[in-house]
Design a protein around this ligand. Sequence first.
Ligand code: 5RP
Length: 292
Amino acid sequence: MADATGNKIAKNYYVDVKVKQDGFYLKGLNGYDWGIQDRMTRMFNKKSGRTVMLAFDHGYIMGPTAGLERPDVTVLPLAEYADVLMCTRGALRGCIPSTVNKPVALRCTTGATLLRELSYECLGVDIEDAVRLNASAMAIQVFCGAEYEHNSLENLAKAVDAGLRYGIPTLGVTAVGKDMVRDARYLGMATRVCAELGCQFVKTYYCAEGFEEVVAGCPVPIVIAGGKKLPENEALEMCWKAIDEGASGVDMGRNIFQSDDPVSMLKAVRSIVHDGETAEKAYQMYCDLKGK
Ligand code: 5RP
């Protein structure tokens, strides 16, 4: 118990030692609370400042997807090579044991399938369930320019508010509507809107022209989706270009789990994202590891 009398006098205030006030290592996130920064640090490697996220949330709009028919069989062996798992709560609870112990970016929007208007979404997960699942981030789809743009932006704003209450970052996912092209003008607008609404990081697509400006115009880190399955060398080339032009990582799905050798592909992607390998070297690595 503390005593009121007889205590040593407190005098070691180290007045000549400046308090260390290092900026937080991720772009635009210096002003956030401890919990947000801690969760971002779990997802983004402190040395490289980047992340390799494995997206396998496709079933929430597509149902069984090639490569994801049995996530317990196909995704589990990949988990150890990913920095973050991006998925729905159903796939997480059903197919991924908690002992895998990886940060989770939880898909939190719902309301549509491939059969209907995709932008007609709402928030589909309570913040309490995100907390219960120890989510490191909530992933919210945003459809700028689509029919239900308003709803998706409202979903995002509400998720950001809830996330700030509990210290959980929000990942804005910029989906492209039917009539929208994936060019720098559109992606630059959509990513910036997500950041302005308070997302701590944003997922978008790579575009061949002007991607550097997309990254520069977004005040928080950007990760890229892989999109439809490409030949492995092309997917690695796209990954390298995105990193070279300022992306803070990838959130890739089909180009990993639909690859001929998903583990080798994931390792090759990691070599670009974290070790700065060229696309050629990463592809060579993929070929060397493939089938072993
Ligand atoms: C849907 C998503 C998916 O997670 C994402 O598109 C999957 O990645 P990939 O395109 O690499 O298969 O966010 O909007």
